[in-house]
Design a protein around this ligand. Structure first.
Ligand SMILES: [Zn+2]
Ligand SMILES: [Zn+2]
Length: 283
């Protein structure tokens, strides 16, 4: 990314820039979906390269993600350096409940930092550009979908955070793809603590039985093709449990659409600057 000064950056340097930053802070502090439109209409610095432009991310940074990599069609893990024609070994050993996973990115810098911001502070501003990325990845693999669903948060987590980042992403993706999005077809019946310190088996046990389909949603689930949206998939334990719940309720198929997929451990080690902590499947 070059440090070239753009005309916009020159115009908004100094007091003007301070004013714009103050307006951004104000819009962010509202934590309202309506603020996102206003925020995206103001000039702002791209969160990755810091160029001034409109929206949270510039087109040049977004375009870096459009290079497609070979991925397991079932769990979306990056198969490099040995792409195989079939599924990855873990999917062959233990087939996931969902039919297919689609992702836009590997969970690596700078996107991992950005995803933390999506989750913890700037969901409304980031959901639109990141949702567009995910929609592009989904468009590349046509699949029938009747409804787009977010992975639900518990009431407690929703109260703490003020928004569900997966619902913001699901709305952004569904707008792009002109598909209906519903947040009322699946509930998180139990609150769970964070999964970061748990291994794959422990995550599976921890998340078992956490989700439920409300009885009034059953007619909309039965026989339907569903897509479940989440920000990050690590072990896939949460999305597997969500899929099992929807299939038990009568769904015909479940696809999972995740913005970022955690690479296999070997790739993570090779990736300079990566933090050693495992991202949470679901905070
Ligand atoms: Zn940029
Ligand atoms: Zn796989």
């Amino acid at each position: 990314m070059s440090g070239r000064v753009t005309p916009l950056r020159a115009i908004h340097r100094g007091r003007g820039a301070q004013y714009i930053e103050a307006m951004h802070s104000l819009a962010r502090s509202w934590s309202l979906a309506g603020a996102a439109g206003w925020l995206n209409a103001l000039p702002s610095q791209c969160l990755i390269c810091r160029r001034w432009q409109r929206g949270a991310l510039c087109e040049a940074c977004l375009s870096h993600t459009r290079r497609r990599v070979p991925r397991c069609p079932r769990c979306a893990i990056d198969l490099r350096p040995h792409p195989a024609p079939a599924h990855c070994v873990p999917c062959d050993d233990q087939t996931p409940e969902f039919d297919r996973a689609i992702t836009a990115l590997d969970y690596a810098q700078p996107w991992s930092t950005l995803l933390a911001r999506l989750k913890f502070s700037e969901g409304t501003a980031l959901a639109r550009p990141l949702g567009k990325l995910l929609a592009e990845a989904v468009s590349a693999r046509s699949t029938p979908v009747d409804f787009v669903l977010p992975v639900p948060l518990s009431t407690q987590r929703l109260r703490e955070r003020g928004y569900n980042q997966s619902w913001l992403l699901a709305q952004a993706v569904s707008r792009q793809l002109k598909l209906p999005a519903r947040h009322d077809l699946l509930k998180r019946a139990q609150h769970t603590e964070r999964l970061m310190t748990l291994d794959a088996e422990q995550r599976r046990a921890h998340i078992h039985g956490v989700f439920e389909v409300p009885s009034q949603a059953l007619p909309l689930i039965e026989g339907r093709h569903l897509a479940v949206v989440d920000d990050v998939m690590t072990t896939g334990a949460t999305l597997n449990e969500v899929s099992a719940t929807l299939l038990e309720a009568g769904a015909r198929s479940v696809s999972v659409w995740v913005l970022a997929r955690t690479p296999a451990p070997k790739q993570r080690k090779a990736s300079a600057g990566e933090r050693s902590t495992e991202p949470d499947d679901r905070l």
